[in-house]
Design a protein around this ligand. Structure first.
Ligand SMILES: *Cc1c(COP(=O)(O)O)cnc(C)c1O
Length: 370
């Protein structure tokens, strides 16, 4: 039987090791609310990622929603339309008006040079995304934020383990938010986290994810329930042990793709950035319809017929969804680069266990379609 290849496949920890952790949890009967696995996972993540403080969440979306509340962000927030829809939904859930700003061509991240024109007296923050794990222009964004007194919250859902000049990309901005969803390069089935740089903020985050409880009788704010449970944390601890190995495999697959694709007319792909340690979580390619001879959607559909399920991340743009398309900043004229990339992009399958034969098979289909 033909086996389908999906855009990603979650890495799972060794079952026997997970069972040992489960036995421990069954014995203690401590299954959520900051148990020992939760504490240990936070400790090891801080060390592994090279950050000061981390707070675990049940998923990335609630971490984003909470991050905006931690900093009391209101009014208007500048963000990118080229992302997973949760980036903007988190603003919506906080009654914040998203203001979309276009992306730059090279790595599909928010274009810093277009931010200032979108700032109004109501602007309080910028929410950029490190799309595909490629760092946004953090220095320039911080400069602008400093001039206008804005907060910066990075949606770093794709950027687990990514470093720039040997420094975690999560150390930039006021807060960064991770997702550990099954489809992400590092997963705890569902999960997420907020990274912050001081102890007081860490405390506030921990209160907010637990209904606002500061102690048994003190509720400091209308917090939410967004705690990570012990099973997720135990799962994550095991995932951490193999993460470097997984990235190595992803790097090899990326190199194979780049080698095999380099001579196909009309197909381009993103390059590594100098001084950046990448996590190779995604492999987006851009299809130039005229040169390639087929449209992006034709390629997407033919691959699908062959059992290869690529994804058009990020099409449609967030700015095109009914909730947001009425906004002035959502108009296609305001977002020409994002509109164009969204028409051309396909993310090819990539996950640590994807074998080289499958990579060759995918590339052959892409070649022979022409
Ligand atoms: C996956 C993702 C999220 C949401 O994370 P969940 O853990 O699935 O809630 C937010 N932003 C981006 C860019 C994502 O890719």
């Amino acid at each position: 039987m033909k086996r389908n290849i999906y855009v990603t496949q979650p890495s799972l920890p060794p079952l026997d090791e997970f069972i040992l952790y489960l036995k421990d949890i069954w014995e203690s009967k401590w299954i959520t609310n900051e148990g020992k696995f939760h504490r240990e996972f936070e400790k090891q993540l801080v060390e592994y990622l090279g950050v000061k403080y981390i707070s675990l969440f049940v998923n990335g979306t609630l971490a984003l929603v909470s991050a905006l509340q931690v900093l009391r962000i209101t009014g208007e927030v500048i963000t990118t339309p080229y992302s997973f829809v949760a980036t903007t939904h988190a603003l919506h859930w906080n009654n914040i008006k998203p203001v979309f700003v276009d992306i730059e061509q090279n790595h599909c991240n928010l274009d810093p040079e277009k931010i200032e024109a979108a700032i109004t007296p109501k602007t309080t923050a910028i929410v950029p995304v490190h799309v595909y794990g490629n760092p946004a222009n953090v220095e320039r964004i911080q400069e602008i934020a400093d001039i206008y007194g804005l907060k910066v919250i990075y949606d770093a859902a794709h950027a687990f383990g990514v470093k720039k000049n040997n420094n975690s990309i999560l150390n930039f901005g006021n807060l960064s938010v991770l997702s550990f969803h099954a489809t992400k390069t590092f997963n705890t089935i569902e999960g997420g986290a907020i990274i912050c740089h001081d102890e007081k903020t860490k405390k506030r985050i921990d209160y907010l994810k637990n209904f606002g409880f500061a102690d048994e009788v003190t509720v400091i704010a209308p917090g939410i329930n967004a705690k990570m449970n012990e099973l997720q944390a135990a799962f994550g601890l095991l995932q951490l042990k193999t993460f470097d190995e997984q990235v190595k495999k992803l790097n090899e697959i990326t190199n194979s793709y780049r080698n095999l694709l380099k001579n196909i007319d009309g197909i381009s792909f993103l390059r590594d950035i100098d001084n950046v340690k990448h996590n190779y979580a995604y492999f987006p390619i851009l299809i130039d319809e005229k040169q390639y001879g087929k449209t992006r959607d034709e390629l997407y559909n033919i691959l699908k017929e062959k059992g290869i399920y690529s994804r058009r991340y990020f099409y449609p743009l967030i700015s095109q969804f009914p909730t947001y398309r009425g906004l002035k900043s959502a108009k296609p004229e305001n977002l020409p680069v994002a509109e164009e990339v969204a028409k051309k992009v396909i993310c090819l399958p990539i996950y640590p266990d994807l074998d080289i034969n499958s990579v060759r098979k995918i590339i052959n289909y892409i070649k022979t379609l022409k």
